[in-house]
Design a protein around this ligand. Sequence first.
Ligand code: G6P
Length: 502
Amino acid sequence: MPSSDSPSAAFSFVVVSNRLPVDRVVGPDGEPSFRTSPGGLVTALEPVMQQADGAWIGWTGQADDHVDPFEHDGIELIPVALSHDEVERYYEGFSNDTLWPLYHDVIAPPAYHREWWESYVTVNQRFADRAAEVTAEGGTVWVQDYQLQLVPKMLREKRPDLVIGFFNHIPFPAYGIYSQLPWRAQIIEGLLGADVIGFQRTADAGNFTRAVRRLTGYQSKGAVIDVPVEEPAAGVVEGATHRIARVRDGKLVRTVVAKAFPISIDAERYEELARRPDIQARAREIREGLGDPAIVMLGVDRLDYTKGIGHRLKAFGELVADGELDVEDVTLVQVASPSRERVRTYQMLRDEIELQVGRINGDYSTISHTAISYLHHGYPREEMVALYLAADVMLVTALRDGMNLVAKEYVASRFDNDGVLVLSEFAGASDELRTALRVNPHDIEGLKEAIMQATRMPKAERARRMRALRKRVQEYDVARWSSSFLEALATPAESLPLPKAD
Ligand code: G6P
């Protein structure tokens, strides 16, 4: 039950994520304040939060930052503090140097350290405790992403009355890879504390369900998994809540649903920005600044080894070297926003990419034309939309990516039905964006061919493909994503199919 030291009343809808949806900014007077971060999740959930008396639990992004709960843009934000040691072990360590590489098909080797795991457990417990304190009786808690996979079970143990959802924003790997994890069973049990577990792709949900079967032997049918309730906690009786309790072979089981809910963006907002005259003027200015090349290519990524930036640069560099592309006519703009800079693998990646960019530019740039404009910065949304409008070809060449929202942002911004999207089949977005030029980024020859096809594509074909892409992104926007997840969460167990007994 909500405790007396709750920040205010008890909340009926609570989102829990590693980071709060705000960035700390320091004003000209030196005073720190918070600004809504550009991510789409907060836009999607804002209406739900305001309607349902919502709160958001998360970290401010700084070590040892003890901030009291506060209201921001109509949402109650409840900060959870992490010590320096926890930032190192739970965030940089277990989340981003164990789980992140493991879940992205071991593109980089995951590190397994017992003290990182211990910190992960401690921090997950802290998030779960906070959620248990502030959520109203029978309320809904929606836990986000790989940093918090133990929270559903920890929360259910304290508050069996709650409806709990979990959404995994990154891929879930095949069992052959997942099984490396020394704590594989604990993570599966942690997730199974949720009523609905959402994934980006059908393949991710399948990988998860297979891992459940291998590690627990619980019965499942399609998206439905029956989890035995060992000792019904207080308040958990058959039929008492909408998700718990049906009797199978004389035993009480909870029904858990694991399926795909591909995330999206606020497509309308991107189109609105793209239609703004000042942003269109900025797009023209960007092209002029680049020396008015005939073709502008664009890559936009967090500087992360999963994004295939090196593969993209290799393909582009070879096309320039082969004389297929001429730097007088073609420029590649690569935005690589700084990310997880204290993690060694990321430091090494930065060195590699900057060496590669430097070599290509040194060999092929001219006084008046730069082969690659490399920008190691993050930009506000307005500037991103101007870049999308300025780009004839968008290159998304991830080696593995949960969804890749940049691909969707590009499409949503192109109300002129122009521009070509080159999209990796290893990004979740490729399940939906079928008329993009889909590539295997490991196949450098294939990637080069796709880039050339993009540069030569007739206008009518560009328009035909882009129209189909836009239709999809407009129909399946982030509001639809959150409402379909929350609807699934509200579906009573009785209306779900029964897994067959063996
Ligand atoms: C991915 C993850 C998010 C994470 C984001 C930025 O999109 O799915 O959970 O917040 O990267 O990474 P960071 O480590 O800076 O939060």
